[in-house]
Design a protein around this ligand. Structure first.
Ligand code: 2YP
Length: 258
């Protein structure tokens, strides 16, 4: 059953690429690349395999963040002809410069702001939702045991604390979970990036994936840590909030076409 589903999805991805005569909307480009990851295994900490920070490209096993990063970099490289790795480095690192573990954009608040500043993505929630939340970051510096390069390095813990203080205090727009419906909204398209906000103390985003409409229902296409693979939510995106009490809402981003 699984292989039939995968075959149908690849057929759909091929169809999307053939019908992309007119300038393909950003979401469509993202979706076409994302569908090629369906079924790939979920693996955490694929970016922590080296002592010294360097650009890791592992398209065969992904977590929620690396899945979205690879799809975004592939989509940008396709539409702008630049090299995939150049885009990935600019997506993943502050000012595109790799300078140790803390130069990586660990918090989605900074990852999003950097992507908007680079002109890679636009923040649709800022355009369509009046609700805002205040950013308070401290999770990594207060849970160093969960991050090998923090646990082993007081200097990195110091640097991370300073980054968290710099980023804290800003407000960002989001769509509160109470306003997320099964059928979604016209301003949220398949292929848009969904960053799920949280009330876990000191954390901004707790999971991310892509919007995917199926049978008129807004679903999540994501690297699932529970299902251990890239897959679609079994129900609607809205329904997922009932099973995840720490989820508070969503920030919606879209690939910017050049
Ligand atoms: C990020 O975690 C890490 C980055 O260090 C890492 O944990 C934090 C704050 N950042 O470079 C990146 C890629 O591995 O992962 C993600 C994690 O989600 C996991 C990967 C998932 O659901 O699959 C991002 O931060 C996206 O949501 C949060 C979540 N981290 C925690 O919940 C602590």
């Amino acid at each position: 059953m699984n292989s039939v589903r995968t075959y149908m999805l690849l057929l759909y991805a091929a169809f999307l690429s053939l019908t992309s005569g007119a300038q393909e909307a950003g979401g469509r480009v993202m979706l076409r690349h994302a569908l090629t990851y369906v079924g790939k295994p979920y693996t955490a900490h694929t970016l922590e395999v080296n002592e010294e920070e360097q650009l890791v490209v592992n398209l065969e096993e992904v977590d929620c963040t690396t899945f979205v990063e690879y799809v975004l970099a592939q989509s940008l490289a396709e539409t702008d002809g630049d090299r995939f790795e150049d885009y990935l480095r600019k997506i993943r690192y502050r000012n595109g410069i790799i300078d140790g573990y803390t130069s990586r954009l660990h918090y989605l608040t900074e990852w999003i702001a950097s992507g908007v500043q680079n002109g890679f993505i636009e923040d649709l929630t800022a355009l369509h939702s009046p609700d805002t939340l205040s950013i308070r970051l401290s999770f990594m510096s207060t849970h160093p045991e969960a991050y090998r390069h923090l646990k082993d390095s007081p200097a990195n813990r110091q640097r991370m604390k300073a980054i968290e203080e710099r980023l804290s205090g800003q407000t960002v727009h989001y769509l509160p979970k109470e306003k997320i419906t099964d059928e979604g909204y016209p301003w949220i398209q398949s292929g848009d990036i969904l960053c799920i906000t949280t009330d876990i103390p000191g954390l901004d985003v707790v999971h991310l994936g892509l919007a995917y409409y199926q049978n008129g229902q807004l679903q999540l296409l994501h690297a699932s840590s529970s299902k251990k693979k890239v897959t679609f939510s079994s129900g609607s995106f809205a329904e997922m909030f009932a099973h995840n009490p720490s989820w508070t809402g969503v920030r919606v981003l879209r690939l910017k076409r050049h």
